[in-house]
Structures are given as structure tokens and as C-alpha cells.
Design a protein around this ligand. Structure first.
Ligand SMILES: Nc1ncnc2c1ncn2[C@@H]1O[C@H](COP(=O)(O)OP(=O)(O)O)[C@@H](O)[C@H]1O
Ligand SMILES: [Mg+2]
Length: 728
């Protein structure tokens, strides 16, 4: 610690004012929190940031010098606010004033506004948890929500660093407020007069927000909204006409700026199976056609682009369901003859190939370039045509893999899936991307290159969609059964079922029967790594990559309650050994409601452990699990914001309560939440390390240990349905 202290001292002697901040920071790091706060307060009181600690109403007129100075003062004030917050001893009014001061001192600083908004958000969350009679006025009137939104928007106005935290939250709060004013208020909140007043207040807050939106929607670059487009488009059928008007403005703005990417989203609602969504989607398309005079690459106008896009999306929708395929083997078919898909009719298409590299907007690295930043490359890869050959997969719905030819001459596999609402998968991929960003930013996890492999998911409507086909993958099932075949081991499912049933009957019988099952399948997965990566350093690297990526997804999957991890939903990258999960249908502990409830939190069967090397799950697997879980805990707020945006999305029937005669989301062992709030609470509990029914949280290590125990428990494994193949 001496060295940094000396360095800071030296810097301070040389007149570097930021040294004061660094000095206080070092004291904080040493654990001397009170002293650190005092030191920083002292520096501020002594005007250590000199002339800089001045109120400048309008930063834009400030000279460069002032700019820097104010930034320094703002940084000092923000740091102080965070420390006071952390220490938990400051009165809330004073704390708020401290955050406000930081934001005001340097008004073009995205960070200051973000933290002020976040502070309000914290207040809102704690009010929300109170019973109605205790909730404070600013919460009830929507004022708090408005303050969060305003500060987050201000932050977004000056930079994109927090866009994934702020924008989804802004949208959720706004759409929610817009909804509230259309609905009667719960009479528990008070007398008729009081309720009428509340409603009036809410309307005013919303109106005030909308005046601001006029400015921001116009000013903010389209790509910022593009990052949340799926959330925006999902709410297109919002019942409040005022709110809808702004949704439309935003969508029109994004599609006009980036039609080749954004049209995919919009076309999916215009072919919606829900009437309201379909008609609003159509409405926006018409607005676009009549309002835009812009010409795009290739001299195309928006009308032509939309018409061509519609043709393509219709053909693709058709291709998802057309044809009668009954074979339970993967086989080849013809796109024209078997699927009735006519490439000449819809190609070449101006739409971007629906793969991650073409559909992901980049963000500016420098704050200065927020307005001029180009979020997509100039040479968008579009769909030139399709190959005739189609691969029809063997699984139940017979998904079919088409091969598109890109305008760059390369081939792109597109898996067309029928009878699957891919909007869930799409939002989940966005969630995974968020996790990836955190994994990359953290020193420990980025050193280990922890990541989740993601791919583009493009819904075509609520029932069909396209998945980017990633080449060079092999399913766990294929790998394992391949080795067993060579060894002459063939699973006899009828016999296995009987043994598993016996094992399930009583604790006494469990060891005997479990052994009869598991011993038939000696672990073989390590052989795949030897075979696939004959060169020792590649083999070592691949094994490590497998182990680590398996750990990350195990933790993220647990938090999300992701189930159905059978041998065809876990794949491996043949080039580097990385784990690749597909099929995110079974979410939020839905597996617990299966007839045979899934009791393991993730797949850690004998073969999965076998490939991790001699230490099994004790080595890098456990470490990476701990790192990931720690990170998830650190980012609880962001994580919950993103999840909230889609758990509360009324258009996604995530809990599948409707239709299927309100299925009891309940299992023998535990209650499975069946409301959005219930789902969020259960996720939050998991993030915090609270086991079911417990009120004292486990530390990260303790939780990982418990999860590994659950995942490898013979009792849990033998209870899995037979197709899950707990024995391999
Ligand atoms: N993005 C992808 N890249 C490559 N192969 C994939 C991808 N997604 C799915 N697959 C393959 O397609 C199979 C079926 O996909 P899945 O989404 O699981 O459909 P289903 O709902 O029919 O089970 C998977 O088992 C996997 O082998
Ligand atoms: Mg599957």
C-alpha cells in the first residue's frame, strides 16, 4: 500500500487535483471507510477542487478548462454520494442532495445523471415493496418513476455506457405508467377523492414525460433505440393511445435509419397472429411508406424495401411449416419442391442476413462520437438467394435448415422453426449478451475468457422464426452415443425405465438400482477431446474451454431456472471445445412442473464431469462457477431490469397460464411462482443465495457447493425423465 500512497502524495504536490480523490480512494480500499469519507468531505469543504467547484448553469458555454474542473468536482461529489450511500448512515434527503449535486456540477457527464437516476430507482424499489398504506406520495403519483426516467434519459443524451441498464428501465417504467392511467386504481389506496387525485397526478406525470420525449426521441440517435427494439415492438398494442403514438415515433425513427436490420422486428408484428398487433404493425408500415423519401443503398426507397421484406418474410413463414415430413432421421429436401419456397420471388432481398454479426449494433467507444457514430457497417450483408437443398431435422416439429447465400458470396445456415415462440429465445439471447458484457469487463472472468456463446434469433411471428445456424457443432447425445456404439453399449430404454422406477421408489433401493443404471455407462466424454484435439496444447485448451463455458451456463441457467438440458440441447464446438446451449423454452423453473419434475439445477452428469479432467468439478469448473455467480450478484440490478422487461411483457405468455386450463405450476417439492412478480422474486432470491424456504443467504462458495451437490445427487438424477438420459 505504501507505493500507491507515495505516488498519490507526489502527484498532489505537483498540483494534480485528482490526487485528492485517489488518496481518499486508497483509504477506502484499506477498509477505513469513515476516514475515507472524512478525507473526501474535507477536500470538498476546503475547496480542493478550487475554482472548479462552481455552479455553472449551462456547461455548453464553459471553456475547456472549466469543463475539466467541473468534471473533477463532480467526480468527487459522486464518489462521496456513493460512499455515504454505502455506509448507510446518511439521511435520505441529504443523500439525494449529494447525488443531485454531482449530476448538476457537470451536466454533460452521463455518469452523474445515471447515478442520480439509479438512486431514485432504489427508492422506488423500496417503496414498491411496502404495503399500500405506507407508500410515499411521490411513489404513488408516478413522480418517482418520472424522475428515474428523466435522469436516465439525460444520461443517455451524453453517452451510451449505461444504455443497457437505463433504456430497458425507462421503457418499462414509462409503459407501466401509461398502463396505470388507463386502469382503475385499487380501492385499497384510499377514498374515492384520493384515488381520483392520484389518477390526476399520474396523468400529469405522464404528460410531462411526453413533452420531454418529444425532445429526446428527436435528438437521440436511432441506434440507441435499436438496442431495445424487441422490447419496444413487443408493446406495440399498448392500450394507451398517447403512449402508442410515441412508440410509433420511435419505431419509425429506428426503421427509417436502419431498415435492413430493424425491419425484421417490425415485419414480425405485421404478420402477427394477434389482430391488434397485426393492425398496429400494418399501420406503422404504412406510415413509413408514406413518410419516408429517403433512398438507401442500391437506390431503393423504403416502400420497395418494405415490399421486398414482406415477400421474404412471407416465404420464410411458409417454409417453416410447409411440407410433410415424418422420418425420424435428419434428411434432405428441396426448397422449391418440398417447401414451396420460391427464391426468385423474394430474392435478392435488401434485408440483412439474420445472423448476429449483421444484426448487432455497435456502440461508440468515445463519448464524443455518440451522435456521429455508425452502428452498422456500410456494407450490410444482404440475402442474395437460397440454395435448393434443405436439411430437415428429426426433432418433433421438424425444424428445417435453409442455406442463404449472402451478398458477400458466403453461405449462411438459417434454421426455420415451426410452432415455437422464439421471442422468448430472442430476449434471452439479449440477456446472455448482457452477461457477456459483464464477463468481459471483469478482470478475473475476462482473464479466463468466460462467455456464453450466443446466436441470432429472429421471430417471424408468435409461432415461427429463424435461428442462426452455427457451423461446427456436435450434440452431446451424438458424441456420447457414438462412443458407446463403438464399445457395444446400447441403452435399453425399456429396461432402464424399470430400473429407474425402482431406484425412485425408496431411499433404501436407490443405491442398488442407481448403480445398476449408471455402471452400464462408463464415462467416455474425455475421449472426444483426445480424438478431436490430438495436439496436447490444443487438447488442454479445449478441455479448459469446455469446463469454463459449461460452468458459466450452469450458473446462468440456474438463475433463470433453465431446464430441459438433455443431450440434444447441449452442443459442443468442434473447433475449440466450447459449450453451446440451444432451446431456451423451458424457463423460470418450468421443469419443476413437468410430470416428472426436474430436480437438478443444471446438467452435471458423469460424462460432463468426466471431460473436466482428473479433478472433475473441483478444479476450474468450481472456480468459474464461483466467479460467474459473484458477477451475477454484483450485477443484480441490471440483471433484474432486463428480466423484468420481459417477464412483465404481457404479450409473452411466459408462464403459460392461459389456454392449457391454468396448469398448476406447482410440484411436490416446492411452489413454482406463476406471476411475473413471483418469478422475479424467485430469481432475486437465487441471485442472493437464498435457498428455497431459507432466510439466511449462502455465500457464493456455499451456494455453488450446494448447487453442485444437487446437480450430482443420485436421488435427483434417477428422478429425471428417461429422455434426459441422466445415466450419460
Ligand atoms: N444455433 C444453432 N446452430 C446449430 N445447430 C443448432 C442451433 N440451434 C439448434 N441446433 C440444432 O438443432 C436441433 C433442434 O433445435 P432445437 O432448438 O432444440 O429445436 P427443438 O425445439 O425441435 O428441440 C438441436 O438439437 C441442435 O442440434
Ligand atoms: Mg431441442
Amino acid at each position: 500500500m505504501h507505493q500507491p500512497f507515495n505516488a498519490v502524495l507526489q502527484a498532489s504536490k505537483l498540483g494534480d487535483d485528482s490526487a485528492m480523490i485517489e488518496h481518499a480512494r486508497l483509504i477506502w480500499k484499506e477498509g477505513n471507510h469513515r476516514k475515507a469519507i472524512q478525507s473526501l468531505q474535507g477536500a470538498i469543504a476546503n475547496n480542493a477542487f478550487g475554482s472548479h467547484n462552481q455552479d455553472i448553469a449551462d456547461d455548453a458555454t464553459g471553456i475547456e478548462g472549466n469543463h475539466q474542473q467541473n468534471l473533477l468536482a463532480a467526480r468527487a461529489h459522486l464518489l462521496l454520494a456513493k460512499w455515504l450511500d454505502n455506509a448507510g448512515q446518511t439521511h435520505s434527503t441529504a443523500l439525494r442532495a449529494q447525488y443531485q449535486r454531482a449530476a448538476q456540477l457537470h451536466q454533460t457527464w452521463e455518469r452523474g445523471h445515471y447515478y442520480l437516476g439509479r438512486h431514485y430507482n432504489k427508492l422506488l424499489e423500496s417503496e414498491k415493496a411496502l404495503p399500500p398504506e405506507l407508500q410515499a406520495q411521490p411513489y404513488l403519483t408516478g413522480e418517482m418513476a418520472r424522475l428515474i426516467i428523466e435522469n436516465y434519459l439525460r444520461s443517455l443524451n451524453y453517452g451510451t455506457k449505461y444504455v443497457y441498464q437505463t433504456l430497458p428501465r425507462v421503457l418499462t417504467l414509462w409503459l407501466d405508467l401509461g398502463m396505470q392511467v388507463t386502469q382503475p386504481i385499487d380501492p385499497r389506496y384510499g377514498t374515492k377523492e384520493f384515488i381520483a387525485k392520484l389518477q390526476q397526478f399520474k396523468k400529469e406525470q405522464l404528460a410531462s414525460l411526453h413533452t420531454r420525449f418529444n425532445k429526446y426521441i428527436h435528438k437521440m440517435p436511432a441506434y440507441i433505440f435499436y438496442t431495445a427494439l424487441s422490447q419496444i415492438v413487443a408493446r406495440i398494442a399498448h392500450p394507451n393511445p398517447e403512449v402508442y403514438r410515441y412508440l410509433e415515433d420511435i419505431i419509425v425513427k429506428v426503421v427509417t435509419a436502419h431498415p435492413q436490420q430493424a425491419l425484421w422486428n417490425l415485419l414480425a408484428v405485421s404478420t402477427s397472429t394477434q389482430l391488434e398487433r397485426k393492425s398496429r404493425g400494418g399501420l406503422i408500415l404504412r406510415t413509413l411508406i408514406s413518410s419516408s423519401k429517403k433512398t438507401y443503398a442500391g437506390g431503393m426507397d423504403l416502400r420497395t424495401m418494405i415490399e421486398k421484406g414482406q415477400k421474404l418474410s412471407q416465404q420464410l413463414l411458409h417454409a417453416c411449416t410447409a411440407g410433410e415430413f415424418s422420418s425420424n432421421r435428419t434428411h434432405l429436401a428441396s426448397i422449391t419442391k418440398d417447401l414451396g419456397f420460391n427464391p426468385k420471388y423474394c430474392c435478392p432481398s435488401p434485408l440483412a442476413v439474420p445472423v448476429e454479426s449483421a444484426l448487432t449494433a455497435t456502440l461508440p467507444t468515445l463519448t464524443d462520437s455518440v451522435r456521429t457514430h455508425k452502428a452498422f457497417s456500410r456494407d450490410v450483408i444482404t440475402i442474395a438467394g437460397f440454395r435448393d437443398e434443405v436439411m430437415v431435422l428429426s426433432s418433433l416439429q421438424k425444424p428445417r435448415k435453409l442455406t442463404a447465400r449472402g451478398s458477400d458470396g458466403r453461405s449462411y445456415g438459417l434454421l426455420c422453426k415451426p410452432k415455437d415462440d422464439l421471442r422468448k429465445d430472442q430476449r434471452l439471447m439479449e440477456f446472455n449478451s448482457m452477461i457477456n458484457r459483464s464477463l468481459k469487463r471483469d478482470a478475473e472472468s475476462s482473464k479466463r475468457q468466460l462467455y456464453i456463446k450466443t446466436y441470432a434469433v429472429t421471430p417471424l411471428n408468435e409461432e415461427c422464426g429463424i435461428i442462426e445456424w452455427v457451423d461446427g457443432l456436435k450434440t452431446l447425445r451424438d458424441i456420447i452415443l457414438g462412443f458407446y456404439k463403438v464399445m457395444g453399449v446400447t441403452p435399453n430404454y425399456a429396461e432402464l425405465r424399470i430400473l429407474l422406477d425402482e431406484a425412485n421408489k425408496s431411499e433404501d433401493k436407490l443405491p442398488v438400482y442407481a448403480d445398476k443404471v449408471f455402471s452400464q455407462f462408463p464415462p467416455v466424454f474425455h475421449q472426444w477431446f483426445v480424438q478431436q484435439f490430438p495436439e496436447p496444447s490444443a487438447w488442454f485448451g479445449a478441455r479448459l474451454k469446455y469446463t469454463r463455458s459449461c460452468a458459466v451456463m450452469s450458473m446462468v441457467g440456474t438463475i433463470l431456472g433453465l431446464g430441459d438440458r438433455h443431450g440434444e440441447n447441449i452442443l459442443f464446438e468442434e473447433g475449440n471445445g466450447g459449450t453451446f446451449h440451444v432451446d431456451f423454452n423451458c424457463l423460470f423453473d418450468k421443469g419443476l412442473t413437468f410430470q416428472q419434475p426436474e430436480r437438478v439445477p443444471f446438467r452435471l452428469t458423469q460424462n460432463m464431469v468426466d471431460a473436466m479432467g482428473v479433478y472433475g468439478y473441483e478444479g476450474p469448473f468450481r472456480t468459474s462457477c464461483e466467479l460467474t455467480l459473484k458477477l451475477l450478484r454484483q450485477h443484480e440490478e441490471t440483471l433484474m431490469t432486463i428480466l423484468e422487461a420481459f417477464v412483465y411483457d404481457p404479450t409473452l405468455d411466459l408462464l403459460e397460464s392461459k389456454g392449457k386450463k391454468k396448469r398448476e405450476r406447482e410440484s411436490a417439492q416446492q411452489k413454482v411462482p406463476n406471476t411475473p412478480q413471483g418469478v422475479l422474486d424467485s430469481i432475486r432470491r437465487k441471485v442472493r443465495g437464498l435457498l428455497v424456504g431459507e432466510s439466511v443467504p449462502l455465500g457464493v462458495e456455499g451456494q455453488v457447493d450446494e448447487l453442485i451437490k444437487q446437480a450430482t445427487s443420485e436421488k435427483n438424477l434417477v428422478a429425471m425423465y428417461i429422455g434426459w438420459c441422466a445415466f450419460f
